[in-house]
Ligand binder design. Structure first.
Ligand SMILES: [Zn+2]
Length: 109
């Protein structure tokens, strides 16, 4: 075994440690059966719950905040799990952003 092959095998072994769901492709029918058998596991790892989904959206919205002291994101959802709106905190449109000293909260201390 040469060095490249050895390092490739080590990397492969390290990848296997990170694997959550392992599906071997042994042909079309076997693959379909394997996926069907592991469907719940696959969904559990890869498909977020509604709450997880909405919290991720709120987290992304939060990152749009221009306040240096507080960044808050929000998602408004209806009773059919449809996103109605998203938002985040920051200075009003007419006021300079926190980075330009427009935020009272950031300027207090
Ligand atoms: Zn601020």
């Amino acid at each position: 075994m040469d060095i490249d092959e050895k390092s490739h095998n080590e990397e492969y072994e390290q990848c296997l440690e990170l694997v959550r769901v392992r599906i071997l492709n042994k042909g079309k029918d076997e693959l379909r059966d394997e996926i069907k058998r592991k469907e719940k596991t696959i969904l559990r790892y890869f498909r977020p719950t509604w709450d997880q989904y909405f919290m991720k959206i709120a987290d992304i919205a939060r990152r749009r905040s221009n306040c240096m002291k507080a960044s808050v994101g929000a998602v408004i959802v209806n009773d059919e799990n449809r996103v109605v709106s998203t938002g985040y905190n920051g200075t009003p449109k007419q006021i300079p952003s926190c980075y330009k000293m427009g935020c009272e909260r950031c300027n207090k201390n």
